[in-house]
Design a protein. Sequence first.
Length: 739
Amino acid sequence: MSQIENLDEVLKNHKLSNEEYQEIVRILEGRHPNVVEIGIFSAMWSEHCSYKSSKKYLNGFPTKAPWVIQGPGENAGVIDIGEGMAAVFKMESHNHPSFIEPFQGAATGVGGILRDIFTMGARPVANLNALRFGQVKGDSEISKYQRHLVRGVVEGIGSYGNCMGVPTIGGEVSFDESYNGNILVNAFSLGLVKADEIFLGVASGVGNPVIYVGSKTGRDGLGGAVMSSDSFTEESKSLRPTVQVGDPFTEKLLLEACLELFKTDHVVGIQDMGAAGLTSSSFEMAGKTGAGLIMHLDKVPAREEGMTPYDFMLSESQERMLICAKQGSEQAIIDIFEKWGLDAAIIGEVTDTGRMELYWHGEKCADMPIAPVSEEAPMLDRPTSRPKYLDGVNAKTVNDYAAIADQEAFEKLLASLEVVDKSWVYQQYDSMVQTNTAKGPGSLDASCIRIKENGKALAMSSDCNPRYCYIDPKKGAALAVVESGRNVAMSGARPLSITDCLNFGNPENPEVMWQFAQACEGIKEACLELNTPVVSGNVSLYNETNGVSVFPTPAIAMVGLNESQNKVLPSVFQQEGNSVILLGDSRGEFGGSLYIKELFGETAGSLPAVDYGAELKLWDLVIEANKKDLLKAAKDVNLGGIAIALSKMAAVSDKGIAANVDVLQSRDIFDETQSRALVEVENKHLEALTAMAADRGIKFEIIGTIGGSKVKVNDVELPLEKVKKVYFTTFAKTIEQDL
């Protein structure tokens, strides 16, 4: 086969280097690839599919525990939740598509993560999302466009999740100028399945048929995996054709058809067609077992005229699955999918050659070994360099900034978009469908669902503070694990495992690669210390525009188990007259704080060492005290410190609070010292809780009583009605100001 014409141009368009091309020729035993094979290598060796820049640092993640059934490497992770039940969960990014086309980018992000869950045999029961936008305040073109992105992304998430009948029960939304050129849209989904009915993405058994099911294939999403593995420039809006178009109603049919199929004995393995479509699904299924595949691409259901083998292999059309079935089950499978109004076609079979042989109307159009493509993508050892900016930002402390009155600080922090209620967002999501939501969006800290099958409850929380990660990627990433775990513990659940979505800038920049390496070390350290292994995840690199990278944003979603669905702990005030207790020590820590950002417009400072022992003791105290019915509510202290945490509890519960906190300096009511919580206690239980705290060496301070018409913390105060008005109306006013 002769060499491709205009090879340099073809390689550039496929984001392949000359070195990678030489490796491809070697793998093909000296033969030059054709354009179909180039496309396949390009997709499978893209950053998005191969993790070639990140794999080196992911290898050391802790992934095992007695409750882990399936760790990384499958469509999603699986943990044991008792009585024969398992939770299946994962988080993924859809950043680049959502910046180019916010509605479809976000919608198909939800669709993709849902397929990852039900491909494992689980019914999705809860969604979260972690959204990062740029500057939305003001009248600049950037702010207007960012508000447009917020509206489009939220509408896309709501549209897809609501149509699928899966509740969106929580998440996070944050803002920083670093996301002006590259927003982040991370979608999390969790499903339930019987622990002995989990399906994997494998192809095995010579002669077993390969069956394509779901929607027909079009040209939408062509090159999506490659597009997601490159930086943005001013011309990036021309990439709109690489964004997939979703149809949640078709996906709902696909979900039900798959779950019906899983009740039979027809399936060997099943794989969602996500990034890189038919290419990634087929190569990954065969690659895991060492099998070969023959596929006839002219048998793939098409919805457009004139499609080519290249189009069929690289399309990212949505709502499609690839099944390796048992011989003799073909018609039974086709009947199930046709009953649900979906396409189903036998397009190939398993062989023992270890090769992918593709045919087009009887003629072979590609022939390549599977293992080197799926398992042996280049693992890069990119140069790393500590960012120069760190010397400047780490040298600053809160004392370097001009003094500001505490009352003024309080009012500004309370009105921060990082703090205020996001009901404008979550009211567009159905959070109660399936009737299992025990703690939904807006109720602070973790979200919870009950598990009808075993009487327990699952708590989940998505967290990351990009400001912490900017000033110290290692400790910042560790604190993302800590914070997500603390939120889960505040609901009375024991944190068990995480999934992650690691969003970073251009890996070709040594400073970005250093941030990534450090963040991975932080996650490893925290997961080991807290005994919360990583069971699934995603890496998203090249989140930069015109050379400006986003803040390092390793989003962490923690899942925990509460032994009783009747003991889900609220995070807002419950009863006037009860006491509010501060658990943990306040040390006046302001590195990367909201205080410095909102009042002085900077992200600066340094982070102290993470005290995992103190964190675990706090979790244990809240979880065990909740089991003994000693607590009425619990909320962790994070952004904006004690004053803001109390204000949020007061606003959501419509109950005032008068608190006096022992601090070294008056502004320390806004500090962000870790390992602290506010708990509500009936006075009759104070003695018992005091004893439990003393046993664990946790500082215990009664700071106030619930009630009254004000929110007062030391010397700052506002009428409760004013706090509620600011808390509940600020976000909608900001996002809707153009409408």
